[in-house]
Design a protein around this ligand. Structure first.
Ligand code: BTN
Length: 218
């Protein structure tokens, strides 16, 4: 299914993954320069599950994030999917997903799906670990294998099914939210997520589509 390469310390598994062939999974105990969306700092101390999957580019980029979200969702109890790329417990981040492309000029060569799960590690204020939620330590290899197995299974499904499952388990749909985007802050009811990964927000000015943002339920 996947070939797993384990490291004790790397700068970022996403950076390392770009040197590996399709089908590889790069896992590290610690990352010294891990990052999230918009190059934001991502804290990855020992005890967390930090890994990246190298994939063949056959889907739209957002679809890989949908598949990864569902793979993690199915492997962990008590979490909810938060658009666009998080899994949360009571609005605290348990998992963050960063999907990137490696291209050679015009051609996309690989897709790298980076997944960070707070498992037994200490987290910054915005995060929470599975250990804090369940009061139990979790074996990192067992969790990694579960997530990879789920990923492999879900990646075989069609976009319609994947999107239906993603939306079903996305906590903010149907709720009033504020979304901070690079272009400003928006308020409204989160009514849908489209097949391009946009959040549809029903605002006083009408329905708008957001392709990125940090959302919180009002
Ligand atoms: C985010 O919340 O914006 C996404 C965070 C993604 C973090 C993971 S940890 C494994 C991989 N390596 C990185 O440097 N980032 C991703």
């Amino acid at each position: 299914m996947f070939t797993i390469h384990k490291f004790s310390n790397v700068n970022s598994t996403n950076v390392q993954a770009s040197n590996f062939p399709i089908g590889s999974v790069i896992v590290a105990k610690e990352q010294s320069q891990s990052y999230g969306r918009f190059n934001r700092e991502w804290v990855s101390s020992k005890g967390g599950l930090w890994f990246s999957i190298v994939l063949k580019p056959v889907r739209k980029i957002c679809e890989y994030t949908f598949v990864a979200s569902l793979a993690v969702f199915d492997a962990i109890d008590k979490v909810e999917i938060k658009w666009p790329n998080d899994l949360v417990y009571k609005d605290k981040k348990v998992c963050g997903i960063l999907t990137e492309i490696i291209s050679d000029g015009n051609k996309i060569e690989k897709v790298i799906v980076g997944i960070g799960v707070n498992v037994n590690n200490k987290t910054p204020e915005i995060g929470i670990s599975i250990k804090e939620i369940t009061k139990k330590e979790l074996d990192l290899d067992t969790l990694l294998n579960k997530i990879l197995k789920n990923f492999h299974r879900i990646d075989k499904l069609g976009l319609d099914t994947i999107l239906r499952l993603y939306k079903k388990n996305c906590s903010m749909l149907g709720k009033y939210v504020t979304v901070k985007t690079l272009n400003g802050k928006y308020k409204g009811k989160a009514i849908d997520i489209d097949s391009e990964g946009n959040l549809l927000l029903e605002t006083k000015e009408g329905i708008i589509r957001l392709n990125e943002g940090d959302a919180s339920i009002v």
